[in-house]
Every structure is written in structure tokens, then in C-alpha cells.
Design a protein around this ligand. Structure first.
Ligand code: APR
Length: 317
């Protein structure tokens, strides 16, 4: 479909995130075909049919189907988005979750390697920066074609909190977070602006500090409100932002988690950094200047992911 769309996009996992993302993708009309895959028989088929039946009213042409057959679902896909996984349950340790999700994601990565060897892969399953590394290793794909969502979602939350504090439309707030998708993420105040006016000139330091803290805990705030389950509207919107950048070859400069090879002083670790995203994944990493404080925070971020990668390396997967 040239620069304005893809033939086939596969969404792995038809849960809250996968289902909502499939709907957003279908409604964006950027793919001839969207396939939703899950291990629960009937779930991807049911959600796909439900979304498909909205087409005459919403007005999209995308064909959407559901499947529980992995190889068929990913075969020939141009873009695969991995959202399948378990959420952390009471009594489950961090390393239990990491191990379980790594196992799930590994099977998907192997199928992608065999059946969609030219695909761009977007990783969403948590802990996302670690899962992205695992997917990259398992597929053996060039690093440009494995990108993970964390920066796009956290940046959306960050931008909204700034917009809310200033009473301006969120469309005019530009800015991003770097690092991990977790407590050590780095909302970058030094590069956040309202159409070019630095936020540091518009809001007092205490307010900015509060926004940074709220952004870091953004996922937890939603979990606390929902009580069972976690966020999926903003996450799926952030994933769509990445998917559109790929599908339309937009060359967007957005914050995505990618494998670093010396950039920002880190190697062999996935972290969210500003990258240019288009049809072949990411093409460039922009090593922007950070304040000493932000730099220090990014180091803590890298350390946290590296610790998890060590755990992953010790697991018999
Ligand atoms: N293959 C395919 N699908 C699977 C597998 C598997 N091996 N294991 C689990 N799933 C599916 C589940 O059946 C479920 O439909 O993954 C889906 C997960 O959906 P939800 O529990 O609703 O979780 P969701 O909120 O969508 O989050 C998915 O994204 O942000 C991350 O932390 C989040 O890792 C989680 C993932």
C-alpha cells in the first residue's frame, strides 16, 4: 500500500489493550487487514467481528478478523504489535512476572521470525523495556525493526498534566519522557514547551515537580482507580501513534524504547529515547542535551533495566 498504509497488521493479545488497539487501527484505515490473535478461543474472533460490524457506521474499509492460530495470524504481516501477557497478580513476584511474560513473548517472537521476517515489531507487554530486548534477541531482527512503547504513553500523560495545569489544549504541549516505563522514567522538563515556550517559564518549580511525580506514577494512579485491571485507552492511543508513524512512513520524532548501542552512553539495553520512526522502524536516535539532574535520572533508569536483563539472562526459557 505504498507510503500510506500497510497490507497486514497483526495484534497479538486480544485483551483490553489489544482489543482497543485493534479498534483504533481499523478506524484509522491504515491497513488492508488487521488480525487479532489470542489463545482464548472465541475472544479475538468475537472482538474482531464486533469491530468489523461497526464499519458501515464508522466508515472504514479495513478487514478485521480474529484468530487463535499463531502462525497463520502473523504470516506476511508488515507490522506486529505484541500486547499479550499476564498482569501482575497478588503474590506474584516481579521476577515471576518477568519469567512468565518472557515465555509468552518468546513464542510470538519465534513465529514472527519464521512467518513475518520483514515485519516491524512494536512491543507492549510488560516489563516492556526487558520484553523488547527479549524479542529483539529472539527474532534476530536489526535493532531498527524492534521498538517498544513506553515513551509514547508516558509522554502523553506528561503532556496532558502540563496542559491541564496551564489550561491550554494538549495539542499545543510538546515534550517527552525518556528511560524506562516505570518508577525511574525521566519526564524531560528541559525540552517541554507550549508551542516553543518552555514550561519552565510558565509554571513554578513546585508545580513542575508535582507533574513529574504524577507522570511517573501515571500507570499506578489508573490501577488504583480501576481496582481491577490497568490502563488501556491512553496506552492503545500511544501504540496507535507509533503504528501510524510506521504505516504512513511519517518520520515522527517520538520517544520509543529502542536498543542503545552507545547512544547516551549506554549499550545493550532498551530505553526510551527520541527516535525518528517511519516505515522501516526507527532510523535515527537523537542524543539531546539533558540537565545534570535528568542525566542522573536516566542513569538510574538504565540501571533498573539492566538489573532486569540480568534476571532474564538467568532464567531457563
Ligand atoms: N498468547 C496469546 N495471548 C495471550 C497469551 C499467549 N500465550 N497469554 C495471555 N494472552 C492474552 C490473554 O488471553 C489476554 O486476552 O493476553 C491478553 C492480555 O489482556 P489483558 O489481561 O486485558 O491485559 P492488557 O491490559 O491488554 O495488557 C496487556 O500490556 O501494558 C501491558 O502490562 C500490560 O503486559 C500487559 C499487556
Amino acid at each position: 500500500m505504498g507510503n500510506n498504509g500497510l497490507s497486514k497488521v497483526t495484534v497479538i493479545g486480544a485483551g483490553n489493550i489489544g482489543g482497543t488497539l485493534a479498534q483504533r487501527l481499523a478506524e484509522s484505515d491504515v491497513a488492508g487487514e488487521v488480525v487479532l490473535f489470542d489463545i482464548v478461543e472465541g475472544l479475538p474472533q468475537g472482538k474482531a467481528l464486533d469491530i468489523q460490524e461497526s464499519a458501515p457506521v464508522v466508515g472504514f474499509s479495513t478487514r478485521i478478523s480474529g484468530s487463535t492460530r499463531l502462525e497463520e495470524a502473523v504470516e506476511g504481516a508488515d507490522l506486529v504489535i505484541l500486547t499479550a501477557g499476564l498482569a501482575r497478580k497478588p503474590g506474584m513476584s516481579r521476577s515471576d512476572l518477568l519469567g512468565r511474560n518472557a515465555q509468552i513473548v518468546r513464542g510470538h517472537a519465534e513465529a514472527i521470525r519464521e512467518k513475518a521476517p520483514h515485519a516491524v515489531v512494536i512491543v507492549v507487554t510488560n516489563p516492556v523495556d526487558v520484553m523488547a530486548y527479549h524479542v529483539w534477541k529472539t527474532t534476530g531482527f536489526p535493532r531498527e525493526r524492534v521498538i517498544a512503547e513506553s515513551g509514547t504513553l508516558d509522554s502523553a500523560r506528561f503532556r496532558w498534566f502540563v496542559a491541564e495545569a496551564l489550561g491550554v489544549t494538549p495539542r499545543d504541549v510538546v515534550g517527552f519522557t525518556l528511560g524506562t516505563h516505570g518508577d525511574t522514567m525521566v519526564p524531560v522538563l528541559s525540552h517541554c514547551s507550549v508551542n516553543g515556550v518552555p514550561v519552565t517559564r510558565l509554571l513554578p518549580p513546585e508545580k513542575l515537580k508535582a507533574i513529574v511525580e504524577r507522570t511517573k506514577k501515571g500507570g499506578g494512579e489508573i490501577v488504583e482507580l480501576l481496582k481491577t485491571g490497568s490502563a488501556y485507552y491512553a496506552p492503545s492511543a500511544a501504540q496507535l501513534e507509533m503504528a501510524l508513524a510506521v504505516a504512513r512512513n511519517e518520520h515522527r520524532l517520538i520517544s520509543c524504547s529502542v536498543l542503545l548501542d552507545g547512544e547516551f552512553g549506554f549499550k545493550d539495553v532498551f530505553l526510551s529515547v527520541p527516535v525518528v520512526v517511519g516505515r522501516n522502524g526507527f532510523s535515527r536516535i537523537h542524543e539531546i542535551e539533558l540537565t545534570p539532574e535528568e542525566r542522573k535520572a536516566l542513569e538510574s533508569s538504565a540501571k533498573a533495566v539492566q538489573e532486569d536483563l540480568k534476571l532474564l539472562a538467568m532464567m531457563p526459557l
